[in-house]
Design a protein around this ligand. Structure first.
Ligand SMILES: NC(=O)C1=CN([C@@H]2O[C@H](COP(=O)(O)OP(=O)(O)OC[C@H]3O[C@@H](n4cnc5c(N)ncnc54)[C@H](O)[C@@H]3O)[C@@H](O)[C@H]2O)C=CC1
Ligand SMILES: O=C(O)CCC(=O)C(=O)O
Length: 438
């Protein structure tokens, strides 16, 4: 990581600083949006299978509830800390605004390595964390969802713990990304990858026509991260037929094939063996280091794992023509400026991975009304929303570029899709701020 981006939150806040300058946002609104509304640090005691008690550290940050109840995932990962969770909660605030959802932003997590826990330890950890945050969450207050190394089962355990604090009443709208059998929505599982796929198709027909027919054949793609988000985006692009996914990787292993990978086979091997084993995948696949995948000469690079994987150290070696951020915060702000200088478009996380929270919103609506939608309805509404919010973004980018740097000092450099995303709702909603009574 770059020295100056040691704080992920500090780096994330640079986006707001730029948006403030570009869109002339009221300094008091900027001050409110630069600070968390509420930040919880909590002990998460867990009885391990050995009988020993281990105390983990848990967090939940509600960044802003100006647009509605706060919304955002729960991460179980060794890197989880207040700084990381705060940055993720900040991004959620702007993601919900860009997607025009009636939600503010939040995020939570536990600093742990879930892969080192047994299934029963994982359940006890999830339930213990669920009890710790049950005073903070609620269907009209704060609504968690899955993120890195959490899933529908973990959501179910947290929901059950919350329900116990509500006299045992059913509270399906307190959490999204839960199993369909527990009141979850069809289509939430693959929503993040599907949303990113719909976005790429929309870009191909509007702003990035080279994605329709590149001079040198199919569009080549590398996907960094092969979990929920990465597997689905790789699969959708592979199935489309116009894209050739040449490389995928997880945290420990990666595979490359210039002729294109069989993504279903990659998913099968990853699920059987826990790693992407080139020999088992076959079809000409060879091993590649995860860090080397980011530097491949491809049309489309899709970071879909964790933050800060493209920074000042490696950005000069990035050869992709376009970056679509399916992970949250994969490109540091300094690296982002370098890519802008080289005219490499970056489609920002707060739109590119919004499919997950959009379908979470659909799930919340269904959980509240008891009115269930078909998978086709979910997909259609997701596609329509992504397309419409992308069109808004293109319009905002055009507007801020046309206004040019009138009144700006020129030091902001090229205005990008990321700038447009942070400015998108700046003039239409005042983020719930009336200017009075604060
Ligand atoms: N699951 C969801 O609905 C959403 C996820 N996201 C974001 O997408 C990203 C991935 O999340 P999920 O796929 O849900 O998590 P996941 O837990 O299903 O998968 C994470 C993947 O990243 C890989 N990974 C971890 N560290 C890595 C490293 N240093 N280098 C390469 N790969 C690494 C893991 O091996 C795994 O394949 C995160 O940034 C998350 O915040 C964003 C929106 C919604
Ligand atoms: O589905 C949600 O509510 C939030 C998912 C999430 O954590 C994210 O978009 O980063």
């Amino acid at each position: 990581m770059d020295a100056e981006t040691d704080s992920k939150l500090k780096d994330a806040l640079k986006n707001l600083d730029r948006a403030g300058k570009i869109a002339g946002i009221d300094p008091e609104v900027l001050a409110l949006l630069s600070n968390p509304k509420e930040a919880l640090t909590t002990s998460v005691p867990v009885r391990l299978d050995t009988g020993k008690l281990q105390i983990f550290r848990g967090y939940r940050v509600r960044w802003s509830d100006a647009r509605g109840p706060t919304k955002g995932g729960i991460r179980f990962h060794p890197s989880v800390c207040m700084d990381e969770v705060s940055a993720l909660a900040f991004w959620m605030t702007f993601k919900c605004a860009v997607a025009n959802l009636p939600f503010g932003g939040a995020k939570g997590g536990v600093a742990c390595d879930p892969r080192a826990l047994s299934p029963t330890e994982l359940e006890r950890l999830s339930r213990s964390y669920g009890r710790s945050i049950s005073l903070v969450i609620g269907p009209d207050r704060d609504i968690p969802a899955p993120d890195v190394y959490t899933n529908a089962r973990v959501m179910g355990w947290i929901m059950e713990e919350y329900e116990l604090t509500q006299g045992g009443t059913r509270q399906p709208a307190v959490i999204t990304g839960k199993a369909v059998a527990q009141g979850g929505s069809l289509g939430r599982d693959d929503a993040t990858g599907r949303g990113a796929y719909y976005l790429i198709k929309e870009m191909a027909s509007r702003t990035h026509r080279e994605l329709l027919a590149p001079a040198d054949g199919l569009v080549t793609v590398a996907v960094h991260g092969f979990g929920n988000a990465g597997q689905h985006i790789a699969r959708f692009l592979h199935l489309d037929g116009k894209f050739r996914v040449v490389a995928v990787c997880d945290s420990r292993s990666g595979v490359y094939c210039a002729a294109g990978l069989d993504i279903d086979r990659c998913i099968e091997v990853k699920s059987d063996q826990g790693i992407l084993d080139a020999a088992r995948i076959g079809g000409g696949a060879t091993s590649i280091e995860p860090a080397a995948l980011l530097l491949l000469d491809v049309h489309l690079l899709i970071p879909a794992a964790i933050e800060n994987v493209i920074d000042l150290q490696n950005v000069g070696q990035v050869r992709a023509r376009l970056v679509v951020e399916v992970a949250n915060g994969p490109v540091t702000m300094d690296a982002d400026r370098e890519l802008a200088k080289r005219s490499i478009d970056v489609i920002p996380d707060i739109l590119a991975n919004a499919g997950g929270v959009i379908v979470s919103y659909f799930e919340w609506v269904q959980s509240r009304t008891g009115n269930w939608w078909s998978a086709e309805q979910v997909h259609e509404r997701l596609q329509a929303k992504i397309a419409s919010e992308f069109r808004t973004l293109v319009q905002v980018l055009k507007t801020i570029r046309e206004r040019g740097h009138a009144g700006l000092d020129g030091s902001l450099g090229t205005l990008t899709f990321r700038d447009a995303a942070y400015c998108a709702r700046a003039t239409t909603d005042r983020c719930g701020y009336s200017g009075n009574g604060w």
